[in-house]
Ligand binder design. Structure first.
Ligand code: ZN
Length: 342
């Protein structure tokens, strides 16, 4: 879908008709809505599992191996789910009370076996077996996301000097503070919605637009901005986050000019140079990420219908109004009758 068209929710609904369901169904089909997102750190963030070391992974790009930063899929899911549940409590508590009846809706929870299994969030993101033994399979698929730059270029380690020891040159291992990912770090991410309704696509886009915290819940560090670069509707699943990250690093390396035309640098050398840069231009990466996503899709013979960043932002603008979000979620509650435990 071309960006110069003014996309609104109704236009979006019509264009997505062949790739979405009228209401959630119990048997899987092959409808995918792939969302390409660039998560940008707006302040230093902690992404760590052991509480100290930054999450990382070794990835291979061509012949180059490099350790990069990693944002686990499960951390992205947990954060988005918390946001989605909080939003539901804020705007559809009354509607949920009506559906649940008797004692009313408990507001749902993140506790694995205690989720309400009645709300739009449980229906979309899934829930483990409840007391009644029912479980709902998630229809949102995340994967691990990786930084474009090398870990050494994006992580800051902090050491506390022992008090009264001003001239200490070496940090004492015992007082190392948690690693921080620096501001400006970028995580290209692809999230896939499968067999969903348009209302669920809107819910997911809205949550992604609102969510700005992906770090450990215990800390209050790390503001993130999610740039939604495109929505690609298809009957096949799109490229992974890692494929997009790799492609971006390669394309950036291709633009590195040789200092001496007689002695061209190898691709590996250019790649290293890109991965050790102090900063990357967000606008440049946005453009390249989109191009990479589409090129990889083409190589994998994935046909899609595209809604670009401008089209998506038209829809997000409509969703700024909470009453519009409430209307869409209320529609979804209706559509869930018979799908979730009634
Ligand atoms: Zn729930």
């Amino acid at each position: 879908m071309n960006g110069d068209e003014n996309m609104n929710i109704e236009g979006f609904r019509k264009s997505l008709k062949d790739f979405t369901l009228e209401k959630p169904e119990k048997k899987p089909k092959e409808n995918y809505v792939n969302v390409l997102i660039l998560r940008e750190l707006k302040s230093a963030a902690r992404f760590t599992t052991d509480g100290v070391e930054a999450n990382s992974a070794v990835i291979r790009i061509g012949n180059t191996e490099e350790t990069v930063g990693k944002l686990f899929g499960r951390k992205q899911v947990a954060s988005d789910r918390r946001k989605a549940k909080a939003l539901q409590r804020t705007i559809i508590s009354e509607e949920m009370n009506k559906v649940v009846g008797k004692d009313g809706w408990n507001g749902c929870t993140m506790k694995v076996n205690e989720m309400c299994q009645r709300c739009p969030e449980c229906a979309l993101f899934g829930s483990a077996a409840s007391e009644e033994g029912v479980s709902i399979t998630s229809r949102v698929m995340y994967d691990e996301a990786y930084t474009i730059r090398a870990l050494n270029a994006i992580v800051e380690e902090f050491f506390q000097n022992a008090p009264g020891d001003d001239y200490a040159k070496k940090p004492t291992p015992g007082i190392r503070e948690p690693d921080f990912f620096k501001e400006g770090v970028l995580f290209p991410c692809v999230v896939t919605l499968k067999d969903v309704t348009v209302e669920e696509v809107l819910f997911f886009l809205n949550i992604t637009d609102r969510n700005s915290r992906y770090g450990a819940t215990g800390t209050r560090f790390g503001k993130t901005q999610n740039h939604i670069l495109g929505v690609y509707a298809s009957h096949r699943e799109g490229p992974s986050s890692l494929e997009v990250t790799r492609g971006i690093a390669l394309k950036l390396a291709e633009t590195v000019q040789d200092e001496d035309a007689d002695q061209p640098q190898t691709m590996d050398a250019k790649l290293k140079q890109v991965m050790y840069r102090d900063t990357l231009s967000v606008d440049e990466v946005k453009t390249i990420a989109t191009a990479v996503y589409e090129e990889v899709s083409e190589r994998q013979r994935i046909e899609y219908k595209k809604f670009d960043e401008k089209a998506v932002s038209g829809i997000l603008n409509e969703l700024k109004d909470d009453s519009v979000v409430k209307f869409q979620l209320t529609q979804q509650i209706e559509k869930l009758k018979g799908f979730v435990s009634a």
